[in-house]
Design a protein around this ligand. Structure first.
Ligand SMILES: [Zn+2]
Length: 354
Protein backbone atom coordinates (compact mmCIF):
# COMPACT_ATOMS: atom_id res chain seq x y z
CA UNK A 1 0.00 0.00 0.00
CA UNK A 2 1.23 3.50 -0.82
CA UNK A 3 1.80 5.79 2.13
CA UNK A 4 -1.53 6.78 3.68
CA UNK A 5 -1.91 10.49 4.40
CA UNK A 6 -4.54 12.52 6.25
CA UNK A 7 -5.06 16.04 7.51
CA UNK A 8 -5.75 16.46 11.24
CA UNK A 9 -7.44 19.02 13.38
CA UNK A 10 -5.46 18.47 16.60
CA UNK A 11 -6.77 21.69 18.12
CA UNK A 12 -9.20 24.21 16.70
CA UNK A 13 -7.68 27.02 14.68
CA UNK A 14 -8.31 29.16 11.60
CA UNK A 15 -9.17 27.81 8.15
CA UNK A 16 -6.11 26.12 6.70
CA UNK A 17 -4.74 24.97 10.07
CA UNK A 18 -5.23 21.16 9.73
CA UNK A 19 -1.86 19.38 9.83
CA UNK A 20 -0.69 16.69 7.40
CA UNK A 21 0.35 13.34 8.85
CA UNK A 22 0.92 9.78 7.69
CA UNK A 23 -1.12 7.01 9.27
CA UNK A 24 -1.95 3.32 9.07
CA UNK A 25 -5.56 2.89 7.89
CA UNK A 26 -7.61 0.67 10.22
CA UNK A 27 -9.52 -2.38 8.99
CA UNK A 28 -13.29 -1.92 8.66
CA UNK A 29 -15.69 -3.35 11.27
CA UNK A 30 -18.56 -5.61 10.13
CA UNK A 31 -21.01 -3.42 8.19
CA UNK A 32 -18.30 -0.93 7.23
CA UNK A 33 -15.95 -0.53 4.29
CA UNK A 34 -12.59 1.12 3.75
CA UNK A 35 -12.23 3.28 0.65
CA UNK A 36 -9.14 4.34 -1.16
CA UNK A 37 -10.22 7.90 -1.90
CA UNK A 38 -9.59 9.46 -5.31
CA UNK A 39 -11.23 12.83 -4.67
CA UNK A 40 -12.89 14.79 -1.86
CA UNK A 41 -14.91 17.99 -1.89
CA UNK A 42 -14.85 20.73 0.72
CA UNK A 43 -17.90 22.12 2.47
CA UNK A 44 -18.48 24.86 5.02
CA UNK A 45 -18.63 22.03 7.57
CA UNK A 46 -14.87 21.47 6.99
CA UNK A 47 -14.31 25.03 8.20
CA UNK A 48 -16.62 24.66 11.21
CA UNK A 49 -14.86 21.39 12.13
CA UNK A 50 -11.50 23.16 11.88
CA UNK A 51 -12.49 26.35 13.68
CA UNK A 52 -14.70 24.73 16.32
CA UNK A 53 -18.30 25.54 17.21
CA UNK A 54 -18.94 27.16 20.62
CA UNK A 55 -20.90 24.79 22.87
CA UNK A 56 -20.48 21.85 20.50
CA UNK A 57 -17.36 19.88 21.44
CA UNK A 58 -15.90 17.74 18.67
CA UNK A 59 -13.93 14.51 19.20
CA UNK A 60 -10.42 15.87 18.45
CA UNK A 61 -8.09 14.95 16.90
CA UNK A 62 -10.25 14.67 13.80
CA UNK A 63 -9.86 14.47 10.03
CA UNK A 64 -12.37 16.83 8.35
CA UNK A 65 -14.11 16.20 5.03
CA UNK A 66 -17.73 15.07 4.45
CA UNK A 67 -17.74 14.39 0.71
CA UNK A 68 -15.59 11.87 -1.12
CA UNK A 69 -15.38 9.32 -3.90
CA UNK A 70 -13.03 6.43 -4.47
CA UNK A 71 -12.60 2.67 -4.67
CA UNK A 72 -14.00 0.09 -2.22
CA UNK A 73 -10.74 -1.39 -0.96
CA UNK A 74 -11.79 -3.71 1.90
CA UNK A 75 -15.15 -4.55 3.49
CA UNK A 76 -15.76 -5.73 7.05
CA UNK A 77 -16.62 -9.35 7.72
CA UNK A 78 -20.12 -10.33 6.58
CA UNK A 79 -20.84 -6.85 5.17
CA UNK A 80 -23.63 -6.58 2.61
CA UNK A 81 -23.04 -3.88 -0.01
CA UNK A 82 -25.83 -1.73 -1.55
CA UNK A 83 -27.08 -2.43 -5.11
CA UNK A 84 -24.56 -1.47 -7.77
CA UNK A 85 -21.67 -1.35 -5.27
CA UNK A 86 -18.94 -4.00 -5.21
CA UNK A 87 -15.50 -4.48 -3.73
CA UNK A 88 -12.97 -2.89 -6.08
CA UNK A 89 -15.71 -0.74 -7.63
CA UNK A 90 -16.04 3.06 -7.74
CA UNK A 91 -18.33 4.73 -5.22
CA UNK A 92 -19.37 8.06 -3.77
CA UNK A 93 -20.23 8.61 -0.13
CA UNK A 94 -23.49 9.68 1.53
CA UNK A 95 -22.17 11.97 4.27
CA UNK A 96 -24.80 11.43 7.03
CA UNK A 97 -24.26 8.85 9.78
CA UNK A 98 -27.10 7.49 11.90
CA UNK A 99 -27.89 4.43 14.04
CA UNK A 100 -30.20 2.73 11.51
CA UNK A 101 -32.45 1.18 14.19
CA UNK A 102 -34.27 4.03 16.00
CA UNK A 103 -37.84 5.09 15.02
CA UNK A 104 -36.54 8.14 13.09
CA UNK A 105 -34.12 5.97 11.11
CA UNK A 106 -36.81 3.35 10.47
CA UNK A 107 -39.04 6.10 9.05
CA UNK A 108 -36.16 6.99 6.71
CA UNK A 109 -35.75 10.32 8.50
CA UNK A 110 -32.15 9.65 9.42
CA UNK A 111 -31.29 13.34 10.02
CA UNK A 112 -33.66 13.23 13.04
CA UNK A 113 -31.80 10.25 14.57
CA UNK A 114 -30.56 11.14 18.09
CA UNK A 115 -27.07 9.98 17.03
CA UNK A 116 -27.10 11.77 13.65
CA UNK A 117 -23.77 13.22 12.62
CA UNK A 118 -21.78 13.98 9.50
CA UNK A 119 -18.63 12.25 8.31
CA UNK A 120 -15.63 14.45 9.03
CA UNK A 121 -17.48 16.19 11.86
CA UNK A 122 -18.21 13.41 14.34
CA UNK A 123 -15.67 10.89 13.04
CA UNK A 124 -12.70 10.92 10.65
CA UNK A 125 -13.60 12.19 7.19
CA UNK A 126 -12.35 12.43 3.66
CA UNK A 127 -9.37 14.82 3.82
CA UNK A 128 -7.27 11.66 3.61
CA UNK A 129 -6.19 8.96 1.19
CA UNK A 130 -8.32 6.37 3.04
CA UNK A 131 -11.57 6.55 5.00
CA UNK A 132 -13.85 4.14 6.86
CA UNK A 133 -17.60 4.44 6.14
CA UNK A 134 -20.69 2.30 6.79
CA UNK A 135 -21.60 0.20 3.74
CA UNK A 136 -25.07 1.82 3.86
CA UNK A 137 -23.40 5.13 2.95
CA UNK A 138 -21.97 3.91 -0.36
CA UNK A 139 -23.56 4.66 -3.72
CA UNK A 140 -22.49 3.92 -7.28
CA UNK A 141 -21.12 6.85 -9.27
CA UNK A 142 -23.60 8.11 -11.89
CA UNK A 143 -22.89 7.60 -15.60
CA UNK A 144 -19.37 8.44 -16.66
CA UNK A 145 -18.76 11.02 -13.95
CA UNK A 146 -15.21 11.56 -12.75
CA UNK A 147 -14.25 10.99 -9.11
CA UNK A 148 -14.04 14.79 -8.74
CA UNK A 149 -17.65 15.22 -9.93
CA UNK A 150 -18.86 12.34 -7.74
CA UNK A 151 -17.14 13.83 -4.68
CA UNK A 152 -18.65 17.27 -5.34
CA UNK A 153 -22.22 15.93 -5.57
CA UNK A 154 -23.72 14.36 -2.42
CA UNK A 155 -23.75 16.95 0.37
CA UNK A 156 -24.92 20.01 -1.53
CA UNK A 157 -27.47 18.24 -3.73
CA UNK A 158 -28.88 16.28 -0.80
CA UNK A 159 -29.15 19.50 1.22
CA UNK A 160 -30.77 21.50 -1.59
CA UNK A 161 -33.20 18.66 -2.46
CA UNK A 162 -34.33 18.33 1.15
CA UNK A 163 -34.83 22.10 1.43
CA UNK A 164 -36.74 22.54 -1.83
CA UNK A 165 -38.75 19.32 -2.06
CA UNK A 166 -39.36 18.25 1.52
CA UNK A 167 -39.18 21.45 3.60
CA UNK A 168 -40.43 24.13 1.18
CA UNK A 169 -42.62 21.66 -0.80
CA UNK A 170 -41.85 23.59 -3.99
CA UNK A 171 -44.59 23.36 -6.62
CA UNK A 172 -44.13 23.82 -10.37
CA UNK A 173 -44.48 27.45 -11.39
CA UNK A 174 -43.35 28.87 -8.05
CA UNK A 175 -40.44 31.31 -7.78
CA UNK A 176 -37.48 30.74 -5.46
CA UNK A 177 -35.01 33.41 -4.37
CA UNK A 178 -31.61 31.75 -3.96
CA UNK A 179 -29.01 33.65 -1.95
CA UNK A 180 -25.38 32.85 -2.78
CA UNK A 181 -26.11 31.44 -6.24
CA UNK A 182 -22.39 30.88 -6.78
CA UNK A 183 -21.91 28.66 -3.73
CA UNK A 184 -21.94 24.88 -3.89
CA UNK A 185 -25.43 24.59 -2.40
CA UNK A 186 -26.67 27.64 -4.33
CA UNK A 187 -25.51 26.28 -7.69
CA UNK A 188 -27.20 22.96 -6.84
CA UNK A 189 -30.43 24.76 -5.89
CA UNK A 190 -30.60 26.76 -9.16
CA UNK A 191 -30.46 23.53 -11.18
CA UNK A 192 -32.94 21.65 -8.97
CA UNK A 193 -35.48 24.50 -9.04
CA UNK A 194 -35.41 24.38 -12.83
CA UNK A 195 -35.62 20.57 -12.90
CA UNK A 196 -38.64 20.77 -10.56
CA UNK A 197 -40.47 23.25 -12.78
CA UNK A 198 -39.88 26.35 -10.69
CA UNK A 199 -38.25 29.69 -11.47
CA UNK A 200 -35.00 30.64 -9.76
CA UNK A 201 -33.96 34.21 -8.95
CA UNK A 202 -30.30 33.86 -8.02
CA UNK A 203 -28.38 36.46 -6.03
CA UNK A 204 -24.62 36.65 -6.55
CA UNK A 205 -21.75 38.91 -5.52
CA UNK A 206 -20.34 39.75 -8.97
CA UNK A 207 -21.17 40.03 -12.68
CA UNK A 208 -18.80 37.14 -13.44
CA UNK A 209 -20.87 34.81 -11.25
CA UNK A 210 -24.10 36.09 -12.79
CA UNK A 211 -23.25 34.61 -16.19
CA UNK A 212 -22.65 31.20 -14.64
CA UNK A 213 -26.07 31.29 -12.92
CA UNK A 214 -27.75 31.98 -16.28
CA UNK A 215 -25.99 28.96 -17.72
CA UNK A 216 -27.31 26.79 -14.88
CA UNK A 217 -30.88 27.83 -15.66
CA UNK A 218 -31.67 30.76 -13.38
CA UNK A 219 -34.64 32.80 -14.62
CA UNK A 220 -33.19 36.04 -13.24
CA UNK A 221 -29.85 36.86 -11.68
CA UNK A 222 -29.33 39.84 -9.37
CA UNK A 223 -25.93 41.13 -8.38
CA UNK A 224 -26.08 41.84 -4.69
CA UNK A 225 -25.49 45.40 -3.62
CA UNK A 226 -27.88 47.54 -1.66
CA UNK A 227 -30.39 45.10 -0.16
CA UNK A 228 -33.31 47.55 -0.20
CA UNK A 229 -32.83 48.03 -3.95
CA UNK A 230 -32.56 44.25 -4.35
CA UNK A 231 -35.85 43.71 -2.50
CA UNK A 232 -37.56 46.26 -4.76
CA UNK A 233 -36.18 44.46 -7.81
CA UNK A 234 -37.48 41.09 -6.55
CA UNK A 235 -40.95 42.59 -6.03
CA UNK A 236 -40.84 44.07 -9.54
CA UNK A 237 -39.88 40.71 -11.02
CA UNK A 238 -42.74 38.93 -9.24
CA UNK A 239 -45.59 41.34 -9.97
CA UNK A 240 -45.21 42.86 -6.46
CA UNK A 241 -46.17 39.62 -4.71
CA UNK A 242 -42.68 38.42 -3.73
CA UNK A 243 -41.25 34.92 -4.02
CA UNK A 244 -43.03 31.81 -2.80
CA UNK A 245 -39.79 30.32 -1.45
CA UNK A 246 -36.60 31.87 -0.10
CA UNK A 247 -33.57 29.57 -0.12
CA UNK A 248 -31.50 30.89 2.81
CA UNK A 249 -28.05 29.87 3.94
CA UNK A 250 -26.44 33.24 4.38
CA UNK A 251 -27.99 34.20 7.73
CA UNK A 252 -27.91 37.47 9.61
CA UNK A 253 -26.98 39.80 6.73
CA UNK A 254 -29.87 38.70 4.50
CA UNK A 255 -32.56 37.48 6.92
CA UNK A 256 -34.53 40.74 7.05
CA UNK A 257 -34.56 40.96 3.26
CA UNK A 258 -35.63 37.31 3.03
CA UNK A 259 -38.70 38.11 5.16
CA UNK A 260 -39.39 41.26 3.18
CA UNK A 261 -39.34 39.55 -0.26
CA UNK A 262 -41.22 36.41 0.84
CA UNK A 263 -44.77 36.34 -0.57
CA UNK A 264 -47.88 35.98 1.58
CA UNK A 265 -48.11 32.29 2.51
CA UNK A 266 -44.52 31.78 1.39
CA UNK A 267 -41.78 29.66 2.92
CA UNK A 268 -38.28 30.54 4.05
CA UNK A 269 -36.00 27.53 4.37
CA UNK A 270 -32.52 27.87 5.85
CA UNK A 271 -29.53 25.59 6.18
CA UNK A 272 -26.79 27.98 7.21
CA UNK A 273 -25.64 31.26 8.66
CA UNK A 274 -22.36 32.16 6.99
CA UNK A 275 -22.77 35.91 7.61
CA UNK A 276 -23.83 35.55 11.25
CA UNK A 277 -26.02 33.28 13.35
CA UNK A 278 -27.95 35.81 15.43
CA UNK A 279 -30.58 38.14 14.07
CA UNK A 280 -33.72 39.98 15.11
CA UNK A 281 -36.78 40.50 12.97
CA UNK A 282 -40.22 42.00 13.05
CA UNK A 283 -42.65 39.25 14.05
CA UNK A 284 -45.47 41.16 12.39
CA UNK A 285 -43.97 40.35 8.98
CA UNK A 286 -44.06 36.68 9.94
CA UNK A 287 -47.68 36.44 11.08
CA UNK A 288 -49.27 39.10 8.91
CA UNK A 289 -47.84 37.47 5.76
CA UNK A 290 -48.36 33.95 7.18
CA UNK A 291 -44.82 32.93 6.35
CA UNK A 292 -43.47 29.52 7.31
CA UNK A 293 -39.84 29.21 8.41
CA UNK A 294 -38.13 25.83 8.04
CA UNK A 295 -34.74 24.84 9.39
CA UNK A 296 -32.97 22.16 7.40
CA UNK A 297 -29.81 20.17 7.93
CA UNK A 298 -28.49 17.72 5.36
CA UNK A 299 -31.11 15.33 3.93
CA UNK A 300 -32.41 11.77 4.00
CA UNK A 301 -29.84 9.29 2.75
CA UNK A 302 -32.60 7.63 0.72
CA UNK A 303 -32.93 10.75 -1.41
CA UNK A 304 -29.44 10.41 -2.81
CA UNK A 305 -30.82 7.28 -4.48
CA UNK A 306 -33.72 9.37 -5.82
CA UNK A 307 -31.25 11.90 -7.25
CA UNK A 308 -29.19 9.06 -8.72
CA UNK A 309 -32.29 7.62 -10.42
CA UNK A 310 -33.08 11.03 -11.96
CA UNK A 311 -29.51 11.31 -13.24
CA UNK A 312 -29.49 7.81 -14.70
CA UNK A 313 -32.62 8.48 -16.75
CA UNK A 314 -30.56 10.75 -18.96
CA UNK A 315 -26.87 10.17 -18.30
CA UNK A 316 -25.62 12.03 -21.38
CA UNK A 317 -27.61 15.18 -20.60
CA UNK A 318 -28.35 15.07 -16.86
CA UNK A 319 -30.88 17.58 -15.48
CA UNK A 320 -28.30 18.71 -12.90
CA UNK A 321 -24.63 18.19 -12.14
CA UNK A 322 -22.10 19.46 -9.63
CA UNK A 323 -20.29 22.65 -10.54
CA UNK A 324 -16.58 22.43 -9.77
CA UNK A 325 -14.75 25.69 -9.32
CA UNK A 326 -11.24 24.51 -8.63
CA UNK A 327 -9.36 21.26 -8.08
CA UNK A 328 -6.43 21.20 -5.65
CA UNK A 329 -4.15 18.29 -4.82
CA UNK A 330 -4.86 16.72 -1.42
CA UNK A 331 -1.43 17.94 -0.29
CA UNK A 332 -2.86 21.48 -0.70
CA UNK A 333 -5.91 20.81 1.53
CA UNK A 334 -5.11 23.71 3.93
CA UNK A 335 -4.90 26.09 0.96
CA UNK A 336 -8.18 24.68 -0.39
CA UNK A 337 -9.82 25.51 2.97
CA UNK A 338 -8.57 29.08 2.82
CA UNK A 339 -9.78 29.36 -0.77
CA UNK A 340 -13.26 28.15 0.25
CA UNK A 341 -13.37 30.60 3.15
CA UNK A 342 -12.47 33.52 0.87
CA UNK A 343 -15.57 32.59 -1.15
CA UNK A 344 -14.56 34.23 -4.43
CA UNK A 345 -15.18 31.25 -6.70
CA UNK A 346 -18.23 29.66 -8.29
CA UNK A 347 -19.14 26.13 -7.25
CA UNK A 348 -17.33 23.41 -5.36
CA UNK A 349 -13.73 23.28 -4.21
CA UNK A 350 -12.32 19.78 -4.69
CA UNK A 351 -9.09 17.97 -3.79
CA UNK A 352 -7.72 15.14 -5.92
CA UNK A 353 -5.53 12.39 -4.46
CA UNK A 354 -2.39 12.20 -6.61
ZN1 LIG B 1 -31.33 6.33 14.36
Amino acid sequence: MAEAVRFRVNQHGPAGSPVRETFTPADPKPGWARLELKAMALNRLDLWTTEGIPGYPLPLPLTPGCDGAGIVEVVGEGTVLPPGVEQGGSVMIAPGLSCGVCPACLRGNDMLCPTYGVLGHVCDGTAATHVLVPAANLLPIPGNWSFEQAAAFPLVFLTAWEMLVHKAALRPGETVLIWGGGSGVGSAAIQLVKALGGFAIAVVGSEAKAMRCWELGAEHVLVRGDLKALATRVRDLTGKRGVEVVFEHTGAATWGTSLSVCARGGRIVTCGATTGRETTFDLRALFAKQIQIHGSYMGRREHLWTLLALLQRNPTNPPFRPVIERVFDLSEYPEAQRHLEAGHGFGKVVCRMS
